[in-house]
Write a protein of this length. Structure first.
Length: 93
């Protein structure tokens, strides 16, 4: 009776067969934020003013800490991802 077991693929070379080591793949997860930053008081839907791009509305947050990013749709229709730490957004109203 012949039993076949396959656990890992093998590579055959002049040195003999050896198992193939494949790097473990980590699924890609986007940092999740509930849309509110306690440090700034800004949230999704907040109106802000930027010195260069003008007024806009916050659409999303990504990441945390010093590299937290915020996506803003400015009144001219453009959307931009900005690093919150450097963006110098001023809350409106």
């Amino acid at each position: 009776r012949l039993e076949t077991q396959v656990s890992r693929p093998f590579v055959s070379s002049s040195f003999g067969a050896r198992p193939v080591d494949r790097p473990h793949r980590h699924p890609r997860f986007q940092d999740y934020d509930d849309g509110f930053s306690e440090d700034t008081g800004l949230g999704i839907g907040s109106r802000v003013d930027h010195g260069l791009f003008g007024e806009g509305t916050i659409l999303a947050f990504e990441g945390s800490g010093p590299q937290m990013k915020v996506q803003v749709r400015f009144d001219d229709g453009s959307k931009k991802w900005l690093v919150l730490q450097y963006a110098k957004l001023v809350p409106l109203g």
